[in-house]
Design a protein around this ligand. Structure first.
Ligand SMILES: NC(=O)N[C@@H](CC(=O)O)C(=O)O
Ligand SMILES: [Zn+2]
Ligand SMILES: [Zn+2]
Length: 352
C-alpha cells in the first residue's frame, strides 16, 4: 500500500546559505516553513570570522524574521564561524561559550566567497583545531582540494586523502561533518571511518547526475559546488542517505544567487532549494522505496550528531503533485529554483 501522507518529526537543515539584507528577507520564510533549525553558513562578504560577527549576524536574521512575520519560537538559526589561517584557540573558546554551533573550513578558493579560506589546515589552524576537539565544537568541511592540476570531478576524492585522513589522524576526537558529499568515495569514507564523522547530502545530489547540467544545452541552474557527478555516485549517495546510518543527514546547501549572476558568462555556483527542500527529498526517498528512512535522515541524525535535542513539532507531507515555480522574487532580482517547472511527487502541507 502506498501512503498518501507522511508526518515526520519537524526536520532541520544542517547546511544552509541565508545571505544578508534584502536577500535574507527573500529566502528565510522558505526555510522556516519546513525546518525548525538550520546551520547558517558564514561565507558572507566579508566572512563571519568572529563570535561577535556571528552574534551580530544572528541578530540580523532574527530582525529579518520579525520583518517577514516568522515567529521567533518557530525557527532557530544555528550560527557558525568561518575558519581562517588566523583563527585563535581563544576565539573557539568564546564561540563555544556563546553557543556557536560549528566552525566551517573553506579551503582557500574552493567555492563562493572562499578567498579568505584556509591555506594550510594542519600548519596554520592546529591551535584552533585542538581547542575545537577539546570543547566538542564540530568542524564543517567544504571537502574539495583547490589544486588546479586536479580535475574538478576528482577534487572531493583527493580531499579525503590529502586533508581528511591527516586531519583525523591528528585530531581523532574532533567532530567532523563532511558537508555536501557528492561521491561514492565520500559516502564510503564517512560510512567506514572511525570516530565522530558524519556527512550532509543535498537534494540535487540525490536526484540528479552531471547529465542534468547539459540536458538540451548548458543549464546553469544545475551548477553548484561540489559539482554534480556521474550516475554511479548519485546511486551511492542515495544508498547512504536511505541506509538508516546515523552518519548521514539532511543539509540542503540551498545557495541563492540572483538569476542574472547564474545566467552569466561566469555563472555563480549554487542551487536554490530552500523553496522545495522537503518536496525534493521526499521525492528522492520515495523513488528509492525508502520513505520510511526519511525521518531519521531529515529529523533525527542531525541533532543526535550535534548533541542537540530532537524537535517535538511535526511536518506533514502529502503525496500530491507539486509544480516547482519558474522563478521566485529575490530583492530587486529573482531566483530560479532547482528543477524549475518540473513536477515533484510530494508537497509540504501548509501549517493549520
Ligand atoms: N554550494 C555552492 O555551490 N555554493 C555555495 C558555497 C558552498 O557551499 O560551497 C554558495 O555560497 O553559493
Ligand atoms: Zn561548500
Ligand atoms: Zn554550502
Amino acid at each position: 500500500m502506498t501512503s498518501t501522507s507522511l508526518t515526520l518529526t519537524r526536520p532541520d537543515d544542517w547546511h544552509l546559505h541565508l545571505r544578508d539584507g534584502a536577500a535574507l528577507d527573500a529566502v528565510i520564510g522558505d526555510t522556516a516553513r519546513q525546518f525548525a533549525r538550520a546551520i547558517v553558513m558564514p561565507n558572507l562578504r566579508p566572512p563571519v570570522t568572529t563570535t561577535a560577527q556571528a552574534l551580530a549576524y544572528r541578530e540580523r536574521i532574527e530582525a529579518s524574521m520579525a520583518r517577514v512575520g516568522i515567529d521567533a519560537q518557530a525557527f532557530t538559526p544555528l550560527m557558525t564561524l568561518y575558519l581562517t589561517d588566523n583563527t585563535s584557540a581563544e576565539e573557539i573558546t568564546r564561540a563555544r561559550e556563546a553557543g556557536i554551533a560549528g566552525v566551517k573550513l573553506y579551503p582557500a578558493g574552493a567555492t563562493t566567497n572562499s578567498d579568505a579560506g584556509v591555506t594550510d589546515l594542519l600548519g596554520r589552524c592546529a591551535g584552533a583545531l585542538a581547542e575545537m576537539e577539546r570543547v566538542g565544537m564540530p568542524l564543517l568541511t567544504h571537502g574539495e582540494v583547490t589544486d588546479s592540476a586536479i580535475d574538478v570531478f576528482d577534487r572531493e576524492a583527493v580531499f579525503i586523502d590529502r586533508v581528511m585522513r591527516p586531519l583525523r589522524r591528528a585530531f581523532p576526537a574532533l567532530k567532523v561533518v563532511f558537508e555536501h558529499i557528492t561521491t561514492r568515495e565520500g559516502a564510503q569514507y564517512v560510512r567506514d571511518a572511525e570516530g565522530p564523522v558524519a556527512a550532509t547530502i543535498t537534494p540535487q545530489h540525490l536526484l540528479y547526475n552531471r547529465g542534468a547540467l547539459f540536458t538540451g544545452g548548458m543549464r546553469p541552474h544545475w551548477y553548484c559546488l561540489p559539482v554534480l557527478k556521474r550516475e554511479t555516485h548519485r546511486v551511492a549517495l542515495l544508498e547512504a542517505a536511505t541506509s538508516g546510518s546515523p552518519r548521514f543527514f539532511l543539509g540542503t546547501d540551498s545557495a541563492p544567487h540572483a538569476r542574472h549572476l547564474k545566467e552569466h558568462a561566469c555563472g555563480c555556483a549554487g542551487c536554490y532549494t530552500a523553496l522545495h527542500a522537503m518536496e525534493l527529498y521526499a521525492t528522492a526517498f520515495d523513488k528509492a522505496g525508502k520513505l520510511d528512512k526519511l525521518e531519521g535522515f531529515a529529523s533525527h541524525h542531525g541533532p543526535d550528531f550535534y548533541g542537540l535535542p530532537r524537535n517535538t513539532a511535526t511536518l506533514t507531507l502529502l503525496r500530491e503533485p507539486f509544480q516547482i515555480p519558474e522563478t521566485v522574487p529575490y530583492g530587486d532580482s529573482e531566483l530560479v529554483p532547482l528543477a524549475a517547472g518540473e513536477t515533484l511527487d510530494w508537497r509540504v502541507k501548509a501549517d493549520a
